[in-house]
Design a protein around this ligand. Structure first.
Ligand code: ADP
Ligand code: MG
Length: 684
């Protein structure tokens, strides 16, 4: 019943179902699990006499005079009506809502919710949300605000969820065993869902949030740890011990590896020597030198008689790796067959590469997710590396792994995550950390400025362009929707193009572009055809344009610190002094303190720790796509204690009852199996 397709709900036809589908809502269950991102407190009734300009309030008024309606033209009509409460009068204006005319009956009482305008002694409300007090649903309570796509309104979705809560909530079952619910003071799932949509008060809301976060985290954690233990138990990996090629590379390196790099190389060597498959994550800040570590690992694999592969999330990144590797090998006098495969490889070339990979005529294959397509068959892959993990998920990794007989797996990410959380978020992987930068790194100069000083920043960028450099301008992060984010980026782009940067070439990059479109823009930026790249946060991942020296971030206060740090890492990649300018539009002390952290340190791990303290752990969970579900828990976890409790509980469960035997665990187990690939889980 809870699996009922939304298109069969009362009031939902095929058209509206499609709109819901666009939000990834297909069943009643999906709908009930589509939680609000914000709330509107409509509990308190205000007095008209007390209202302030432009602040949303709830009023309870009586209609004093019959309404008037005026047709301004074919497209516009205006209803005006006068009402009052015990304290004062108010004029209410409705544009284009003719259907209200008959409902605004003299002497009847209504709730109004909206912003007021005070003009002299006159108080006016325009297009308020209006309800007859006898039929009121939304007034007197806390109302949800959902993240929406076009053409579905918050009202429609709220109504639909109310309807489903009424008709289907009986079918909501607990996934957590009662014992756990009691022990951690959680709610029943049914109540938790109800209170998250329609919280009666702050306390219940917090509990509901805790309950849902706890459940989702537990499912995630047991799933990930089970995968890990399966991988460790299943033994029979590949033993790779020959270091002749990597030794040769070593003796030809133009620099000395840092201690952190050396330590991680040792950890990898131990894994590769062992007959258990390696499943290791390298976490290292942008520029900490992960690539060379990856190359060393691939060389060990090749000299041990196997093939190695490396996958990156975009064509540009993959190409970058390909060129870097070729260069290192050339300089060290190592001749190997290295090839590149991506979506844009010609058919002829692709056929050729596939044949050679299969015949063991290619030693190292670099590419995009084209590497995990079915038709790519390795002869004997020993090592599969993926770069920039948060773009790939557990599932993709499993697909790579299945291309051989338990090859060693190495994952690399530049997102620093505090140690306490990393254990959980990367529960399926062993973790190595490169927490040291190569020496003599140039410091990026970071400056926080106020909104009013933006023009100076633009002038600063212009000067750099005249010197032959390039710059990034990042548009504000808009959490509600990607569409709105795009709108804002396009607007900024248009404005700058026609104004401050008239004489230059600007480019626009955003998440709604196809990979091909993105690559085209990035190519132009790379070649210097574009002077300034206006972008949403899509440039976060691994882009390397050494000539770009300014990173200007608008409304920086809306970003997480870790994210800002990632963005900053796009500059300072060449020989030129680089700058990061953060525009802080907020006046709050809190926001000032956060920005200050970035100005003060370049250490990604320190910044991540600060972010954890200031914003809570939620953000970090969003930074890894697990490929198992849209894990929309970022907004739910604000308390590190939940994370710690779940961690301890998972360990305890997997020690004492690894197969989750018992009727009380059935629902939990089913949920985990549903979300993770079954073959990766050990339950019997
Ligand atoms: P990331 O960890 O962001 O992938 P890269 O591997 O791209 O970083 O390394 C960034 C730059 O630092 C490269 O130009 C690389 O050659 C250089 N590099 C890496 N390790 C060292 C080192 N130990 N000493 C000096 N330079 C290094
Ligand atoms: Mg890298």
């Amino acid at each position: 019943m809870i699996n009922t397709n939304v298109k069969y709900l009362k009031g939902v036809g095929p058209k509206r179902a499609l709109k819901l589908n666009r939000l990834d809502i297909y069943t009643v269950e999906d709908l009930l699990n589509y939680f609000p991102t914000k709330y509107e407190d409509r509990r308190k009734i205000s007095n008209i006499i007390d209202v302030e300009n432009d602040i949303k309030v709830l009023l309870r008024v009586k209609i004093l005079k019959p309404p008037t309606i005026r047709k301004v033209n074919k497209k516009m009509s205006i209803i005006k009506v006068i009402a009052s409460d015990d304290t004062s009068y108010i004029t209410i204006t409705f544009f284009n809502q003719d259907f209200l005319f008959d409902k605004l009956i003299l002497n009847q009482y209504f709730y109004l919710f909206g912003k007021c305008k005070r003009i002299g002694s006159n108080i006016e409300m325009i297009n308020p949300d209006i309800e007859n007090v006898n039929e009121s649903v939304k007034s007197g309570r806390i109302m949800p605000i959902y993240a929406l796509t076009n053409s579905l309104t918050n009202n429609e979705l709220t109504k639909l969820i109310m309807q489903c809560m009424r008709d289907y909530s009986a079918y909501i079952e607990n996934i957590l065993p009662n014992e756990i619910i009691d022990k951690y003071n959680l709610l029943n799932k049914k109540d938790a869902i109800r209170y998250l949509h329609f919280p009666p008060d702050g306390k219940k809301y917090t509990l509901a949030k805790k309950t849902i976060a706890f459940e989702k985290l537990l499912v995630l954690e047991i799933g990930l740890l089970s995968i890990k233990s399966k991988l460790n138990l299943s033994g029979e990996g590949i033993v790779q011990t020959n270091t002749s090629l990597s030794d040769k590379l070593f003796s030809n390196l133009p620099f000395k590896l840092t201690n952190a790099q050396l330590r991680v190389v040792d950890e990898i060597k131990l894994d590769m020597q062992s007959n258990k498959p390696m499943n290791r994550l390298i976490q290292g800040d942008v520029g900490s030198g992960k690539t060379i570590v990856a190359i060393i690992a691939m060389l060990i694999s090749v000299s041990s008689g196997y093939q190695a592969s490396m996958m990156a999330p975009t064509e540009i990144l993959a190409m970058q790796h390909y060129q870097t590797i070729k260069e290192y090998l050339d300089k060290s006098g190592i001749s190997l067959k290295v090839e590149f495969l991506s979506g844009s490889t010609t058919k002829k070339k692709k056929t050729e590469i596939l044949r050679m990979v299969k015949n063991n005529e290619i030693d190292i294959l670099i590419g995009t997710h084209a590497l995990i397509e079915k038709n790519v068959e390795f002869n004997n892959i020993g090592l599969a590396i993926t770069d920039e993990q948060h773009r790939f998920g557990v599932r993709q990794r499993a697909m790579l792994s299945n291309k051989g007989k338990n090859p060693d797996i190495l994952v690399m990410t530049a997102t620093p995550i505090p140690r306490t959380l990393a254990l959980m978020i990367y529960g399926d992987l062993d973790i190595s950390i490169i927490d040291e930068m190569p020496p003599n790194r140039q410091q990026i100069i970071t400056k926080v400025i106020k909104g009013n000083d933006k023009e100076e920043a633009y002038e600063f960028i212009k000067k750099r362009i005249y010197e032959g450099r390039q710059a990034y301008i990042v548009a504000p992060l808009i959490e509600e929707s990607e569409t709105m984010e795009l709108d804002s980026a396009s607007e900024i782009y248009e404005k700058l193009k026609n104004d401050y940067f008239k004489e230059f070439n600007l480019g626009l990059l955003h998440g709604k572009m196809t990979n091909k479109e993105k690559d085209e823009i990035m190519d132009k930026f790379y070649n210097g055809e574009i002077n300034v790249l206006v972008s949403t946060t899509v440039i976060e991942v691994g882009v390397d344009v050494p000539n770009s020296v300014v990173m200007l971030i608008l409304n920086a206060e809306r970003f997480g610190l870790a994210q800002l740090h990632q963005l900053r890492g796009r500059v300072g990649r060449g020989q030129y002094q680089s700058f990061c300018i953060l525009v802080n539009e907020s006046k709050s002390k809190h926001s000032k303190a956060r920005m200050q952290v970035l100005q003060d340190t370049n250490n990604g791990f320190l910044i991540a720790e600060e972010d954890l303290k200031i914003r809570g752990p939620g953000d970090f969970f969003g930074s890894r796509q697990h490929g198992v579900e849209k894990y929309n828990i970022e907004n739910l976890i604000q308390d590190i204690k939940i994370v710690q409790n779940v961690q301890l509980l998972t360990k305890d469960l997997l020690t004492h009852n690894p197969s989750l035997i018992g009727e009380e665990y059935k629902a939990l187990k089913d949920k985990i199996l549903k979300l993770f690939d079954k073959e990766n889980i050990v339950f019997n």
